[in-house]
Design a protein around this ligand. Structure first.
Ligand SMILES: [Zn+2]
Length: 69
């Protein structure tokens, strides 16, 4: 049975930072070693604005994620 074909470019449909699944703003950014990760538009911009390129998803979260405490 077919579940409907979503056109998902990387097989990942959510921002790795905030978990947003708003397809209209989905984008991707590149980590230091060339790995592409899915992010929303605002976190892509945040990554680009930061001085450094994240080495990992965890570092990316630390750099651009909102702190919740
Ligand atoms: Zn995001």
């Amino acid at each position: 049975m077919r579940m409907g074909t979503l056109d998902r470019r990387d097989g990942a449909g959510a921002c790795v930072v905030c978990g947003s699944t708003d397809l209209r703003s989905m984008s991707s950014t590149r980590l230091l070693e060339g790995e592409r990760v899915t992010v929303c538009g605002s976190h892509k911009v945040a990554h680009h604005r930061s001085e450094a390129i994240a080495k990992s998803v965890d570092e990316l979260k630390n750099m651009v994620g909102e702190r919740r405490n």
